[in-house]
Design a protein around this ligand. Structure first.
Ligand code: SF4
Length: 324
């Protein structure tokens, strides 16, 4: 059972307000960070540059992670379309609602799994898009060579760069059962190599993985709190059609979290993370037509409200159990 460190104190000044918020949020949202850094609304635009993944193409494995669906990559954009067209399509939709600046976000699959020259070319192209203030890349921790890290260092000196590394959990046995084919040590090694170069690293974790209990999820957050990260993205496990996970779910081998369980564990994780960590998300955007469970996650704003309510009702804030 996970218990907070004995000398943990709940910091009284967090009880009524939170230093990184000017709304009702009691955690350090990406929206808050970007507004304060750039002085306006900043929106991330997902792009699909047609990358593969070593866990799909056979270099490390085939079939991918148990929860990964090919449809998720297409959700990020159509790789048949030029990057600029993908960018403009999403930008037009976003501008119906907001005005501001943009961060092209290379989201689909592993966006450092290519020769460095390809990564250089695509990021330089994206930086030329109108009103662009940064670049975001998501990838696997075992997919960043030193040469690539050196390039990312030079990119981060030119623009606001975040590199998102999929971890999902610090528990290697759980990741192994999901066919992730990298370890927590791989993740820590990559974080250190990138953060040493001054690159902002964001960890991606998933709550509700088969075989994990609440304490194990809190152990993941507690571990991350000690790493040199820029931020964390917290995701709910989605069971998507045409995945290995869907077959396992269909055989009744595990259950997904309830909304109440998810809100409880997510709030508890936020309390363990340093207040300075930027929280990129606290739930996921599943492809509606692919989602099998949990269906309550389709109401994304209800999930976010549940988390806000739980924090406000109890006077919790991000980091009030952080022992850094
Ligand atoms: S590492 Fe990412 S892209 Fe590759 S199989 Fe796993 S979830 Fe899918």
């Amino acid at each position: 059972m996970y218990t907070p460190p004995p000398n943990t104190v709940i910091i009284q000044r967090y009880m009524n307000s939170f230093q990184y918020s000017d709304t009702n949020k009691r955690y350090h949202t990406q929206d808050y960070y970007l507004r304060h850094r750039f002085g306006c609304k900043v929106m991330k635009i997902p792009l699909n540059a047609g990358f593969s993944c070593p866990n799909i193409d056979g270099r490390k494995g085939t079939g991918g992670c148990a929860f990964c669906s090919a449809g998720s990559a297409r959700f990020a954009g159509d790789p048949e379309k030029p990057l600029r067209e993908q960018f403009d399509d999403v930008r037009r939709v976003m501008e119906r609602k907001w005005q501001g600046k943009f961060i092209p976000y290379f989201q689909a699959n592993s966006n450092t799994y290519a020769p460095t020259e390809k990564i250089r070319a695509m990021t330089e192209e994206a930086l030329s898009f109108p009103d662009t203030v940064g670049i975001a890349l998501s990838t696997r921790p075992d997919c960043v060579s030193d040469e690539c890290a050196d390039f990312l260092q030079s990119l981060s000196r030119k623009t606001f760069l975040t590199v998102e590394l999929g971890l999902q959990t610090v528990h290697d046995d759980i990741n192994a059962a999901l066919n992730r084919l990298h370890t927590y040590d791989d993740f820590k090694d990559c974080v250190r190599r990138l953060s040493r170069r001054g690159i902002n690293v964001v960890a991606h974790i998933i709550n509700g993985l088969p075989g994990e209990n609440r304490d194990m999820m809190l152990e993941t957050a507690a571990e991350l709190s000690g790493l040199p990260l820029f931020g964390v993205k917290i995701h709910l496990l989605h069971v998507l059609k045409n995945t290995a996970l869907a077959q396992s779910y269909g055989r009744g081998e595990f259950e997904t979290l309830s909304l109440e369980e998810y809100a409880d564990v997510t709030v508890s994780q936020l309390r363990l993370l340093p207040p300075s960590f930027v929280i990129g998300r606290i739930t996921g955007d599943g492809a509606r037509d692919e989602l099998i469970a949990p269906l309550w996650s389709l109401k994304k704003f209800c999930v976010m409200n549940e988390i806000d309510k739980l924090m406000a009702k109890n006077g919790f804030c991000q980091g009030d159990l952080y022992n850094g």
